[in-house]
Design a binder for this molecule. Structure first.
Ligand code: HEM
Length: 475
């Protein structure tokens, strides 16, 4: 096959000035460089399972920012160049759907929600849900978030050498999302729900890399079956309880907004669709924020100077008050500590893989329909080209006067039309919780403790549950 020169498209009077389609500069039918796959490429799977990011990083160093990996019967392209990631997820998003295997696995718990749907169904759901998640409306949740934090911190000890902070932040994250969704805080069955979320997550992650799932009635899937039943009871119970209350008495929360859609248009929004959105908001809405606050508390403990600056800012801005939505813009340094945490430990360290439904031209390569694209945010966030000394915790990278970070190099919430629905809520929530935490506590690394190792189980979590030294601050 001869070299195909890029050709200039004929100019069109109707589309003058519009972004032109990317051009292929490599011969059609060829792939970007990548590791030799042998007959099947299946030998890559155990390596990827054992150390996904180490394996991908090795390939990026050897082959560049577009790596082709052949794992029969699939062709996968790993994209780590910020500009190409944006070209893919923003400019060419309509050429992609989410990898069907991941969606199969997620659907077993989430049903058919914004997270798991495609095409017109996804658009309808996303448009209906967008308004309460926009930057301004999420401010209405700040008092509920602050109340949840007050209630939780009242139960935390004033001093502890090894406080199970990960579990404590997970319960708090769950309480917050339950208050926002159902106007009802965490109940005694929260520990069951926490265990169920973990079990469903571990089972989901394990199944993702098999071409199909065994039916859930198989005897060895009992733990997963029970986990899903526990979550169904929790979410379904709230929906049913609300339906027993006269509509005029429904509180202003996310469930009421979803049920209003059901009341107005039960064909598009049957109760099952309401349940599915609640499940997604519950799972996506607390797992990720709890994981981020866990890593943030580690970053604070391991970087006492940054913690002291954050303490000083919180004290100066809040003067001991409970934070309100109006305070959030003034907590700028605290916000940067959260951004730096999301850079080092993105809660969703790799986006859900995408499947091309038509040919995609990217970086000069014409990649055929059915190509799978993977976007490992973790690698991009740790790339020394955009983040010097990438493993150091440096909140000042995000200061207004710091050197600009290339667009697309930092995207903990993804990008394009399928960017995280809850990003503004998550940032407001984490800032309020972190501020209230710092008003009360100093956190430190227990003597002799090694840095926690991140493991990827749908979200990025420490390999063993994180515990830290906690001491109440004089008030
Ligand atoms: C630190 C907190 C969070 C992080 C890091 C995070 C990250 C992400 C990322 C990276 C995606 C895109 C996945 C992809 O493109 O494959 C996503 C999607 C999504 N997130 Fe979040 N998320 C967070 C919090 C939340 C919260 C609080 C909610 C809701 C209450 C939420 C709801 C969703 C939903 C519904 C989607 C799917 C959107 C769609 O497909 O249209 N997330 N999230």
């Amino acid at each position: 096959m001869g070299d195909m020169k890029p050709t200039t498209p004929p100019s069109c009077p109707f589309h003058a000035g519009a972004a032109s389609a990317p051009l292929a500069s490599h011969p059609p039918g060829t792939w970007p460089p990548g590791p030799p796959s042998g007959l099947t490429g299946w030998q890559f799977l155990p390596r990827m399972k054992q150390d996904l990011f180490g394996t991908l990083d090795g390939w990026r160093r050897a082959y560049g920012d577009l790596v082709h990996v052949r794992i029969w019967p699939e062709h996968e392209v790993i994209v780590t160049d910020p500009q190409l990631v944006r070209e893919l997820l923003v400019d060419q998003h309509d050429a992609l759907v989410r990898w069907e295997r991941a969606i199969d696995v997620f659907s077993q718990v989430h049903g058919h929600s914004t997270l798991t749907s495609e095409g017109a169904a996804w658009r309808t759901k996303r448009q209906a849900l967008q308004p309460p998640f926009a930057p301004r409306p999420v401010q209405a949740f700040v008092p509920a978030i602050a109340q949840a934090a007050d209630a939780a911190f009242a139960q935390w000890p004033t001093a502890a050498d090894a406080w199970p902070i990960e579990s404590a932040f997970t319960s708090l994250g769950m309480d917050v999302i339950l208050r926002m969704m159902f106007s009802s805080g965490i109940t005694a069955d929260a520990r069951d729900a926490e265990l169920a979320v973990h079990a469903a997550s571990v089972a989901g992650n394990a199944e993702m890399y098999w071409p199909a799932s065994w039916p859930d009635w198989m005897p060895w899937k009992r733990t997963k079956r029970r986990a899903i039943a526990t979550l169904d009871r929790l979410i379904g119970g709230h929906v049913r309880a609300r339906m027993r209350v006269p509509q005029a008495e429904w509180p202003q929360d996310l469930l009421t907004r979803l049920l209003a859609l059901h009341v107005a248009d039960p064909a598009t929004w049957p109760l099952k669709a309401v349940r599915d959105e609640c499940m997604t908001a519950f799972l996506a809405g607390h797992e990720t924020t709890a994981a981020t606050l866990t890593w943030w508390s580690w970053c604070m403990a391991a970087n006492p100077d940054a913690q002291a600056l954050a303490h000083a800012e919180v004290d100066a801005v809040l003067q001991g008050r409970v934070p309100t939505a109006a305070d959030l813009p003034s907590l700028a340094y605290l916000g940067r500590t959260l951004q730096e945490t999301l850079r080092l430990y993105p809660a969703a360290p790799v986006l859900i893989s995408r499947r091309a439904v038509r040919p995609v031209t990217l970086g000069g390569w014409e990649l055929p329909a059915r190509t799978i694209f993977a976007v490992p945010l973790q690698l991009m966030h740790h790339d020394a080209r955009w983040f010097p000394e990438p493993h150091a915790f440096r909140p000042e990278r995000f200061a207004a006067d710091a050197p600009a970070i290339p667009r697309g190099a930092f995207m903990p919430f993804g990008t394009g039309p399928r960017v995280c629905l809850g990003q503004h809520l998550a940032l407001a929530e984490m800032t309020v919780l972190a501020a209230q935490f710092l008003q009360r506590y100093t956190v430190a690394v227990p003597a002799g403790m090694a840095p926690p190792q991140p493991v990827f189980n749908i979200t990025l979590r420490p390999r063993t549950p994180l515990t830290l030294r906690l001491a109440a601050r004089p008030r």
